[in-house]
Ligand binder design. Structure first.
Ligand SMILES: Cc1cc2nc3c(=O)[nH]c(=O)nc-3n(C[C@H](O)[C@H](O)[C@H](O)COP(=O)(O)OP(=O)(O)OC[C@H]3O[C@@H](n4cnc5c(N)ncnc54)[C@H](O)[C@@H]3O)c2cc1C
Ligand code: FES
Length: 266
């Protein structure tokens, strides 16, 4: 059964991406990288990533990209309106796999939204990790998400590399290029580095190839695969890749567990 969630804050992040802070009746008790099924009565339900780090409060933060019917209705909601929230679902990232390591995050576009749920606890306990680096890319300056948060992480001593594919004549004081481009030049110890990637499907194989060229083992690469999903709980088969159900076995996978499954990165 979904629990009711009351919207307490809304902010526009880009022309098509809207941030929502939702107050729940009880804490989600989530792991980084998990998702919820968000429903609007009489309209439908969609999987949406949890963007806040794990915690004991009753908050859900999410960013919704307007793409179709349900997401349009979500964009039309106001502070005080109520949503249905099921979950959390999926495997998520296990922080235990990152403790003591250098951590490299690679986010493409909307991928920064779920990755933020992992970056937040890593930054909060930065002394339990080695060097922390985030490469965050998007198409153009107007599409960059969580700008203030990226500034805060930079101020906290995280190496944040901000890129756009092109400036399209908009003001931009950071880099231009794909998220793969900084990887060959990064100060990186392959034995000590664990990477977490989230972005559009096309991004993964290029980033994984670039990390492989730096001798980062597939055991140390985690990918967040957001396949089409319907039920979110392993019943409908919408998200199936061979024997894997992304909604239950994922959306977060250790890449070495997927390496023999080329369809996973299509
Ligand atoms: C695990 C997971 C986490 C997600 N997290 C987020 C998130 O944090 N924020 C967010 O905005 N979206 C997220 N999505 C995608 C989101 O669920 C879809 O955008 C949403 O279901 C679209 O619903 P709609 O009714 O608005 O679109 P529809 O009216 O159903 O579809 C509109 C168009 O979008 C296409 N489409 C629908 N669903 C998807 C999809 N999953 N991927 C690509 N194209 C699609 C359709 O083919 C159609 O062309 C996530 C998806 C998954 C599986
Ligand atoms: S979404 Fe239904 S089985 Fe995964």
């Amino acid at each position: 059964m979904p629990q009711p969630g009351r919207i307490v804050e809304i902010a526009d992040m880009t022309a098509k991406d809207r941030y929502f802070r939702v107050e729940l009746e009880k804490p989600l008790g989530h792991h980084p990288g998990q998702f919820v099924m968000v429903s609007v009565m009489g309209v439908g339900e969609a999987p949406i990533s949890i963007s806040n780090g794990p915690g004991k409060d009753n908050t859900l933060e999410m960013v919704v990209r307007r793409i179709g019917r349900l997401t349009q209705v979500l964009h039309d909601l106001k502070v005080g309106d109520t949503l249905g929230i099921r979950g959390p679902y999926g495997s998520g990232f296990d922080l235990g796999n990152f403790y003591g390591s250098d951590v490299l995050f690679v986010a493409g576009g909307l991928g920064l939204v779920p990755l933020r749920s992992l970056i937040t606890p890593v930054v909060a306990e930065a002394d339990r990790f080695g060097k922390i680096t985030l490469i965050s890319g998007c198409r153009n300056p107007s599409e960059e998400l969580y700008r203030d948060q990226l500034d805060e992480w930079t101020d906290a001593g995280i190496e944040v590399i901000r890129l756009v594919d092109g400036t399209e004549n908009m003001p931009w004081k950071f880099g231009v290029g794909l998220v793969t481009e900084p990887i060959p030049k990064l100060r990186l110890d392959p034995e000590k580095t664990v990477a977490a990637l989230c972005g559009p499907p096309v991004m993964y194989k290029f980033v994984i190839t670039a990390l492989g060229a730096r001798n980062v083992s597939y055991d140390h690469i985690y990918v967040d695969l957001e396949r089409r999903m319907k039920c979110g709980v392993g019943k409908c088969g919408h998200c199936q890749i061979n024997k894997i159900y992304c909604c239950q076995d994922g959306p977060v996978f250790r890449f070495s567990d997927l390496a023999l499954l080329p369809e996973a990165l299509l």
